[in-house]
Design a protein around this ligand. Structure first.
Ligand code: 5GP
Ligand code: ZN
Length: 124
């Protein structure tokens, strides 16, 4: 199974992470995209007409934990984001958000990127 292969890559097996469980199919999700490195699914509490979470299949806690050894997952996430945006016809643009750590408002501690689209954003 791909998830286990990726966890073996780091030697880390997560048993108590909601996004690891979603990737493993142990918790249902509305899957949007999947490849060897990335899993993407609709956010359960959408903040825009399109709200997709793009998640590496490696349990990286946050953007603050990206290293030379795992940054290829980040590149794969951004490759997936471009594919998903085309699939979802977000040709006029979209917002990519990452919440990093407590002060960044992160609530799920498995690295993920939000794709928000289908509306016009301005400022922060
Ligand atoms: P954060 O707050 O860490 O930036 O983003 C976490 C996101 O995960 C939130 O937008 C929240 O709605 C979403 N989320 C939390 N639990 C679940 C779940 O079980 N399923 C799905 N699809 N999204 C979830
Ligand atoms: Zn995880």
């Amino acid at each position: 199974m791909i998830l286990l292969k990726q966890n073996w890559e780091s030697g880390e097996v997560m048993t108590d992470c909601i996004f690891c469980k979603i990737i493993a199919g142990e918790i249902p999700s509305a899957k949007v995209y999947e490849d060897e490195f990335v899993f993407a699914f609709n956010d359960i509490s959408p903040q825009a007409p399109v709200h997709i979470l793009v998640v590496p299949k490696e349990h990286i806690v946050s953007a603050d934990d990206i290293t030379v050894d795992n940054s290829h997952y980040v590149a794969k996430c951004f490759e997936a984001i471009a594919k998903i945006a085309k699939e979802k016809k977000l040709e006029n643009g979209y917002r990519i958000i990452n919440s990093c750590g407590h002060d960044g408002g992160q609530t799920v501690f498995h690295l993920h990127f939000h794709i928000l689209g289908g509306k016009v954003f301005s400022g922060f």
